[in-house]
Design a protein around this ligand. Structure first.
Ligand SMILES: Nc1ncnc2c1ncn2[C@@H]1O[C@H](COP(=O)(O)OP(=O)(O)OP(=O)(O)O)[C@@H](O)[C@H]1O
Ligand SMILES: [Mg+2]
Length: 242
C-alpha cells in the first residue's frame, strides 16, 4: 500500500501559481529526496501534505486517508525548515526540546512521566546526543541542534518523517553524518521524505528523487537514475569547457 499518495495536485498562492498537476506516491520504507531550485514549492508541498495548506486541486492521501481527514498525528513527524533558527540564549535544554515531540500523541499539558522520559532519552541516544540532555540547546553546534530536532521527531515513534532542508548551514562533515543518521533510521524501517539541496550527500541513502521544476511540473525518478543523469550532466559540462 502507498503510505503517501499525491494525485493531480495543483496549488496557487493568491498571487502566484506554484505546483501544477503533481502526482507521485511512496511506499513504506522509501527514502524520498525532494529537490528543485529556490521557490519551486518544496516547502509548500510539505505543508500541503501535512494539511497546513489546502490543495487548489487534486488529492493527497496519507496511509490511505485524505490528508484533510487524517488524524493519526503520532504516525508522522515534521522537522521544519529553519527549525534551529532561534536565539542563542533560548532557555531550553536538549531534553526539553526533544520532549516536545511527545505532544503529538499525548496532547499538551499532560504530565511528563518516567515512561515519557525513557522515550526522550532513547531518542537522544539514537541521534548520538545522550550526554547532551541537560545542555542548553543554544550551546550546541548547528549539526547537533539539528539532531535534537530529529530526536524530537523520533520520540513519537513515527512511521514517516518529513524534513525540510535539515542540513542547511552546517559543515560538510555534519551534513554527511546527518545523512548517515537518516539512512540508519530508514534502514530501521522509518519512511523518510526530505527536502534538500545537499543531494550528493544523501543520494546514496535515498531510493527515490522527486524533482520540482520552475514551471510547476514534477518528475519522480530512482536515485540510481538521478546519479546517472548527474554524471552525464557533468560530462556534458566538461565537454563544453574544452
Ligand atoms: N504564504 C505565502 N504567500 C504567498 N507566496 C508564498 C507564500 N509562501 C511562499 N510563497 C511563494 O511561493 C513560492 C514557493 O515557496 P516555497 O517556500 O514552497 O519554495 P521552496 O521550494 O521551499 O524554496 P526554498 O528552496 O527557498 O526553500 C515562492 O516563490 C514563495 O515566494
Ligand atoms: Mg523551502
Amino acid at each position: 500500500m502507498a503510505i503517501l499518495e499525491v494525485k493531480d495536485l495543483s496549488f496557487s498562492y493568491p498571487d502566484k501559481s506554484i505546483l501544477h498537476r503533481i502526482s507521485f506516491s511512496i511506499k513504506r520504507g522509501d527514502f524520498l529526496c525532494v529537490v528543485g531550485t529556490n521557490g519551486t514549492g518544496k516547502s509548500t508541498l510539505l505543508k500541503l501534505i501535512l494539511n497546513r495548506l489546502r490543495p487548489t486541486e487534486g488529492t493527497i492521501k496519507l496511509f490511505g486517508t485524505d490528508s484533510s481527514q487524517f488524524k493519526d498525528f503520532g504516525k508522522i513527524a515534521y522537522v521544519s525548515q529553519k527549525a534551529t533558527a532561534f536565539n542563542k540564549d533560548f532557555p531550553a535544554t536538549v531534553e526539553e526540546i526533544a520532549s516536545l515531540g511527545l505532544y503529538s500523541r499525548k496532547g499538551l499539558f499532560k504530565r511528563y512521566n518516567n515512561r515519557d522520559r525513557e522515550k526522550v532519552l532513547s531518542a537522544l541516544e539514537r541521534v548520538g546526543l545522550s550526554e547532551f540532555a541537560h545542555k542548553k540547546i543554544g550551546n550546541l553546534s548547528g549539526g547537533q541542534q539539528q539532531r535534537v530536532f530529529i530526536a524530537k521527531a523520533l520520540v513519537s515513534s513515527p512511521d514517516i518523517i518529513f524534513l525540510d532542508e535539515p542540513t542547511v548551514g552546517i559543515d560538510i562533515q555534519a551534513v554527511d553524518s546527518i545523512c548517515c543518521l537518516l539512512g540508519e533510521l530508514n534502514s530501521g524501517g522509518i519512511t523518510i521524505v526530505m527536502v534538500t539541496h545537499d543531494i550528493s550527500s544523501v543520494i546514496y541513502h535515498s531510493n527515490k528523487v522527486l524533482i520540482l521544476s520552475e514551471d510547476g511540473s514534477s518528475e519522480l525518478i530512482s536515485s540510481k537514475e538521478f546519479t546517472g543523469r548527474s554524471l552525464m550532466d557533468m560530462q556534458h559540462h566538461r565537454h563544453k569547457e574544452v
